[in-house]
Design a protein around this ligand. Structure first.
Ligand code: BTN
Length: 256
């Protein structure tokens, strides 16, 4: 049209990044943006959340020092979200490793684990036609700033590396890898389960899996092509678990 030059006032801008000091939950802000028609790729990031939430309605402690952010997606694909939630975990693990060098595993479906302790979590929520992907990473969070029942099962990247982590750089890397895996999911998800399996920290261990009030015990045998957990029960039966969390048999749970 005009050789690619932008007309004054029409310069193409990317989706917004909304930075907030303190907020109840970045997912709530992203939801408002989603319902207001803000484009895909918008990011909400907060220094601190006062009512952060985790999976299954659990509270998520989010004091200063963490990466607390939500990304707005507008999927047109109708593939199940289960695989998207695994893909997001793979992307976040890759970003953590690239930014900090810390080897990061995944506990089904999307807890990020370092040295057996939870370092980050992912929460997907719907907002009309949009999906909000909330990611929380204990980047520089001191463990004594976490609730007493959470701290023993949690770790931070600062602790793992012995030095402070560049939170902004980490968040940018996480959003970048998230969008990469989101595009893969949108195109059918090829390679997602394989990438997830390479980071599976639970395979071969005894676990309790499921959602509150509906749990089942067995040996984790990885995931199937849909991302469902495969659990070998005492009877030898292989049970598919489609939704829920995984709880190590010791009773230790993720930093949730
Ligand atoms: C979990 O492991 O249970 C998921 C935790 C997700 C926490 C993040 S922090 C940013 C976003 N806002 C929230 O309230 N929760 C997610």
């Amino acid at each position: 049209m005009n050789g690619g030059a932008s007309l004054p006032g029409t310069a193409k801008t990317g989706p917004p990044i909304v930075r907030i000091g303190e907020v109840e939950s970045t997912n709530d802000v992203a939801r408002v943006l989603a319902l207001a028609g803000v484009p895909e790729g918008a990011v909400v990031v907060a220094r601190r959340q006062t009512r952060g939430r985790g999976r299954w309605g659990r509270a998520w402690a989010a004091p200063p020092g963490g990466v607390w952010c939500s990304v707005l997606l507008r999927p047109t694909a109708t593939h199940p979200w289960g695989l998207l939630s695994l893909a997001v975990a793979v992307g976040a693990a890759e970003a953590i490793e690239k930014t900090t060098g810390v080897k990061t595993g995944i506990r089904w479906p999307n807890d990020l684990v370092v040295d057996g302790r939870k370092v980050a979590g992912v929460l997907l929520e719907g907002a009309g036609d949009a999906v909000i992907v909330g990611i929380g990473i204990n980047a520089n969070v001191p463990l004594d700033a976490l609730p007493e029942d959470v701290a023993p099962r949690a770790t931070s990247l600062h602790l793992a590396t012995g030095q402070p982590v560049d939170s902004d750089g980490l968040r940018e890397a996480v959003v970048g890898r998230l969008m990469h895996w989101y595009r893969i999911w949108s195109a059918g998800g090829r390679g997602t389960t394989e990438a997830w399996r390479r980071r599976d920290v639970s395979r071969g261990t005894r676990v309790t899996a499921g959602s509150p009030g509906r749990t089942v015990e067995g040996i984790a045998e990885g995931i199937d092509g849909d991302g469902a957990l495969l659990l070998r029960l005492a009877s030898g039966e292989i049970r598919r678990v489609l939704t829920g969390d995984l709880i190590p048999a010791s009773g230790a749970r993720g930093a949730d």
